[in-house]
Design a protein around this ligand. Sequence first.
Ligand SMILES: CCCCCCCCCCCCC[C@H](O)CC(=O)SCCNC(=O)CCNC(=O)[C@H](O)C(C)(C)COP(=O)(O)OP(=O)(O)OC[C@H]1O[C@@H](n2cnc3c(N)ncnc32)[C@H](O)[C@@H]1OP(=O)(O)O
Ligand SMILES: NC(=O)c1ccc[n+]([C@@H]2O[C@H](COP(=O)([O-])OP(=O)(O)OC[C@H]3O[C@@H](n4cnc5c(N)ncnc54)[C@H](O)[C@@H]3O)[C@@H](O)[C@H]2O)c1
Length: 309
Amino acid sequence: MAFITRQNIRSLSSSAALRAAIKHVTVIGGGLMGAGIAQVAASTGHSVVLVDTSEDILKKATKGIEASLKRVVKKKFAEKPEDGEAFVQKVLKNISTSTDAASVVQGTDLVVEAIVENLKVKQDLFGALDKAAPQHTIFTSNTSSLPIADIASSTARLDRFGGLHFFNPVPMMKLVEVIKAPATSQQTFDVLLEFSKALGKHPVSCKDTPGFIVNRLLVPYMLEAVRLHERGHGSKEDIDVAMKLGAGYPMGPFELLDYVGLDTSKFIIDGWHEKDPDNPLFAPSPLLNKLVAEGKLGKKTGEGFYKHK
Ligand SMILES: CCCCCCCCCCCCC[C@H](O)CC(=O)SCCNC(=O)CCNC(=O)[C@H](O)C(C)(C)COP(=O)(O)OP(=O)(O)OC[C@H]1O[C@@H](n2cnc3c(N)ncnc32)[C@H](O)[C@@H]1OP(=O)(O)O
Ligand SMILES: NC(=O)c1ccc[n+]([C@@H]2O[C@H](COP(=O)([O-])OP(=O)(O)OC[C@H]3O[C@@H](n4cnc5c(N)ncnc54)[C@H](O)[C@@H]3O)[C@@H](O)[C@H]2O)c1
């Protein structure tokens, strides 16, 4: 047991205060990431409103959350399945849904945006929310590849705007990249670090630099895997097996692309190509473009590089 000193009483109470700052969370976008973020926030006692553009999408998201929670409790409450079912119901009660973002943010402490990876669409959303949300509300984006400062520029709350980059699948992946843009205040950043810990995640501090930490390293690897296959130097199956058995990765690059979504992957790479058109690393991939044009977006549509049941 640690000695209780004046200093650690002070730091305990300040971290408790930072945690208490976030009770009501609005998650915008009920796709792969937004549903996972809503699930984890609700599982850790936050009151969550999940927002998307239609009731049908929200119903599908809620069903997905329930299925994922059942997988989580199967292990966690293996000895007492009835407690597991009670936990699932309690978590679901913490989540409500809406198609009207501007009205729900009026009662929220934190907005986590997880909509399509498009700068203009994100800026339009935050521009509208900035007028509706109270002064104290912190805005965050789960963007994979866009500068937080560019997204925040459509608002007048640059000091209360940061990045919270979660990883897919959110209920299983322990990391959150917490991004401090140049204008993000230290207090906002500290609240976001504490919020990530309150979710049971491990936060790392990132600057607002391209790809933050993980994607700055992961994207070039994924790009090279696709190029290697396009050059005819390896089948996608062999490349995937090689990286799993040779490098110890849980998924090969093509399996991971299907898991992330080929539309999202294309948004990321097209955005970087637009910013840096002479960089051959970011040149478009004919194979990726063809699959997206055919509506083969990966696991979420049943087919991408592979067929999924
Ligand atoms: C040239 C142009 C090319 C374009 C390239 C562009 C590249 C751009 C791509 C970059 C994308 C970046 C995206 C983003 O910004 C950052 C990311 O998120 S990157 C993705 C990070 N994620 C990973 O790397 C995942 C790797 N995979 C895994 O860790 C595991 O495979 C898995 C997903 C955890 C699944 O585990 P498995 O053992 O394989 O499979 P199981 O099904 O047995 O699951 C194990 C265990 O986990 C439980 N579980 C799995 N999923 C969920 C869930 N959603 N909810 C709840 N529980 C889940 C499952 O029940 C099992 O539990 P157990 O049975 O053990 O109790
Ligand atoms: N897929 C991944 O592995 C992954 C991982 C980390 C971060 N991200 C990032 O998270 C964000 C979302 O990715 P995703 O994979 O969940 O995408 P997704 O396509 O699965 O979901 C996006 C959701 O946003 C909704 N949406 C779009 N515009 C909206 C608006 N204006 N208002 C409300 N809802 C709107 C869509 O209807 C859709 O349900 C992107 O910025 C992406 O780069 C993705």
